[in-house]
Design a protein. Structure first.
Length: 477
């Protein structure tokens, strides 16, 4: 086999979401997995909420789950779209399942401050907070947020700060970013791997095509020139929200859940979708309000600008039912958090929230769940197949897999030298069969041997044979 510079894995977790680690697959393929619907967290039916609510962000801080979202109402009566003013709203949960609005008493709505509104003003549209992990962040700016507003009669992205996520103030008298409409949920986070802030914002390519830009900053105030995202091999589709974040278990990998926006027009299939009366009422304001559709995709990146984007929907609209299959449906929240499984003894689920019942109202926020690291996998049928990795080096003494098999399936691993020759004692025939369904399983050879410390730092390849099995991630520890 040809020589190549080994990939230094260290003890990082590697997800099977791209071919970064893969040299060759024989009979195997990478396959996308789909989140499963769970309970409705909130029904947004308060007077300051309604059919235009959404743009959700969820952060888990210690043992508390925190949610921020837009409260707004859309009215298409009379053939005109009349959106109500945005309110930034806040809710909490002790377990990520049962949620309560926090009555903060800060901002009046129709003469009463008995509500959960935490901000109105510059930056209230698409308001998206984050917990700043920059070690140099002052306590009063521990929470930061960005949102769209106006500056010199043009759209701009404003920055806000808060010590507690509830009491917010503008960070400056001028916005941090300009030059694009920002009419979506734009976001910023601290990239701990690269030591910089990174933003992902909405723009219109050629003045009409919805897409995403990124930029970086060392201090949250001075930003580099925008870069347009690239999606090699993916179809040219319109993307609304982006929800890009460093994956919390592997922060060198960016995971995005962008909304795909498609204008389909009237057809017999469009007329077979739910809520025809409200769909036609919305179309009177503009045909796309009644006939555009949306779903959520999955994309991942190693550099923040070039993304491997899956063509098939990660979160499709699902079975037809009232409040679904509309423009604004299935927008994923910003932030992936672990929530306890409903199955006793099972590991936590990776969760996010998505809206349904947009335009008709009131909007419902439903939780969706998938296994930890479970975005995609290397998969083989029962007839079998293999994955061969590129040469790599590692730090540690054990190989741990996140995998699932059927009762008849299994998985085995061979450790090879950089040229592809099996290393004595770690050949495929030496490997103990691995079967089951587990987030972290140590691979063993020769009846229980797992110590790979003698190979640490040496270039090796992994030959992984699978039968009716999925490999989601691997890690040397």
């Amino acid at each position: 086999m040809p020589n190549s510079t080994p990939i230094d894995l260290g003890s990082r977790l590697e997800l099977m979401v791209d071919d970064h680690l893969i040299e060759r697959m024989d009979g195997a393929r990478l396959r996308l997995h789909h989140p499963q619907p769970r309970e409705v967290a909130l029904v947004l039916d308060r007077p300051w909420e309604g059919s235009g609510s959404g743009y959700v962000t969820v952060i888990r801080e210690a043992e508390r789950y925190r949610m921020w979202y837009k409260g707004a109402h859309l009215d298409c009566a009379g053939g005109r779209l009349q959106p109500a003013r945005d309110s930034v709203c806040y809710a909490e949960s002790a377990d990520g399942i049962a949620w309560e609005r926090a009555e903060v008493g800060l901002i009046e709505h129709e003469g009463s401050a008995a509500n959960n509104i935490v901000w109105r003003g510059q930056g209230d549209h698409g308001f998206c907070p984050f917990l700043d992990a920059n070690p140099a962040c002052p306590p009063e700016e521990r929470y930061k947020a960005v949102g769209q507003g106006r500056f010199e009669e043009k759209a701009a992205l404003w920055a806000l700060a808060s010590p507690d996520g509830i009491h917010w103030e503008l960070m400056d008298e001028a916005p941090i970013l300009r030059g694009t409409p920002f009419d979506s949920q734009n976001l910023v986070f601290w990239d701990s791997v690269r030591g910089e802030y990174r933003a992902y914002v909405r723009f219109f390519r050629e003045g009409r095509w919805r897409d995403i830009l990124t930029t970086t900053s060392p201090d949250f105030r001075n930003w580099a020139q925008y870069q347009q995202l690239h999606y090699p091999g993916a179809p040219d589709e319109q993307l609304y929200t982006n929800q890009v974040q460093p994956y919390y278990r592997a922060p060198h990998i960016f995971v995005g859940l962008p909304t795909r926006y498609i204008e389909r027009g009237w057809s017999p299939s469009m007329e077979a979708l739910p809520d025809q009366e409200s769909r036609r009422t919305c179309a009177e304001a503009h045909v796309r309000f009644g006939t555009a559709l949306s779903d959520t995709l999955l994309m991942t990146s190693r550099d923040g600008a070039t993304f491997r984007r899956w063509d098939e929907a990660f979160l499709p609209p699902g079975i037809q039912r009232p409040g679904t299959w509309v423009y604004g449906d299935a927008y994923a929240s910003c932030g992936l958090v672990e929530v306890a499984s409903g199955l006793p003894g099972a590991p936590p689920e990776l969760s996010f929230w998505a809206n349904e019942n947009v335009w008709v109202g009131p909007v419902a926020l439903r939780r969706y769940a998938l296994r930890i690291d479970g975005f995609a996998s290397a998969h083989d049928p029962l007839s079998g197949g293999e994955v061969l990795t590129k040469p790599c080096t590692f730090a540690g003494s054990r190989l741990v897999l996140n995998f699932a098999t059927s009762a008849a399936g299994d998985l085995r691993v061979e450790v090879q030298d950089a040229c592809g020759a099996p290393i004595a004692g770690f050949a495929l025939t030496d490997c103990d069969e691995v079967f089951g369904d587990e987030i972290e399983r140590t691979v063993t050879w020769r009846g229980g041997e797992s110590d790979l410390s003698a190979l640490a730092g040496r270039p090796v390849r992994l030959r992984i044979a699978l039968r009716d099995a999925d490999l989601f991630s691997l890690r040397f520890i």
